[in-house]
Design a protein around this ligand. Structure first.
Ligand code: NAG
Ligand code: NAG
Ligand code: NAG
Ligand code: NAG
Length: 166
């Protein structure tokens, strides 16, 4: 075996491990799933509370807002969320907007549409975000072990292939 080959395997397997790790850490959520980001009568008021209820949002996750018709996305405070305040700082018009939660995001995040009566008609989202920065969760260390085992497998099978090829 050429000595120069080994670092290539190591680098490749490390890259693979990092890619797996990254995928385990960040999730992209399409807000409202197939309903998208909309207002009544397409949804009932409270729809986005139900949508968010059983999800764990973490720093680094992405919220993808997708809509038809005239809506927008504004990042608001709790009071603005409660009052459906028509704030000026709207993320975007258009038909879609992706927001990646900061890696150290922690606590509640609020989003509304400021168009017409959208917000009153249920187009408002409140989520609670857990930061990834604190000590390793049991979930992420379990995935590290899986990824680690996979890289070992990759290394072993590359080694076997190299032996056959020599
Ligand atoms: C937007 O409209 C298209 C065409 O009617 C439809 O296929 C799509 O599911 C709609 N998307 C949303 C988010 O409503
Ligand atoms: C959330 O989980 C609870 C308990 O497992 C369940 O009763 C409820 O229907 C779930 N809600 C949604 C929107 O999936
Ligand atoms: C309801 O959904 C349809 C189809 O996606 C869309 O054209 C319409 O603008 C939506 N209405 C509201 C109020 O969002
Ligand atoms: C929200 O509404 C309450 C009562 O109507 C009002 O006192 C408060 O100033 C409003 N807050 C914002 C941020 O609009």
């Amino acid at each position: 075996m050429g000595r120069g080959v080994v670092p290539v395997w190591v680098a490749w397997s490390l890259q693979y491990w990092l890619a797996l790790e990254e995928r385990a850490a960040a999730t992209e959520y399409v807000v409202g799933d197939s309903r998208g980001w909309t207002a009544s009568p397409n949804i009932t008021v409270g729809y986005y509370d139900e949508w968010a209820a059983n999800k764990t949002f973490m720093g680094g996750d992405t919220l993808k807002f997708v809509w038809n018709g005239t809506h927008n996305v504004a990042f608001v405070t709790k009071e603005e969320y409660d009052n459906c305040t028509k704030v000026i700082s709207v993320f975007q018009g258009g038909v879609a907007f992706s927001y990646t939660l900061p890696a150290d995001a922690n606590g509640p995040y609020y989003f509304i549409s400021t168009v017409d009566s959208d917000c009153e008609n249920g187009q408002k989202l409140a989520i609670n975000v857990i930061s990834l920065t604190p000590a390793e969760s049991p979930y992420s260390s379990a995935s590290s072990i899986t990824a680690g085992a996979l890289s070992v497998l990759v290394l072993v099978s590359s080694g076997i292939m190299a032996v056959f090829m020599n």
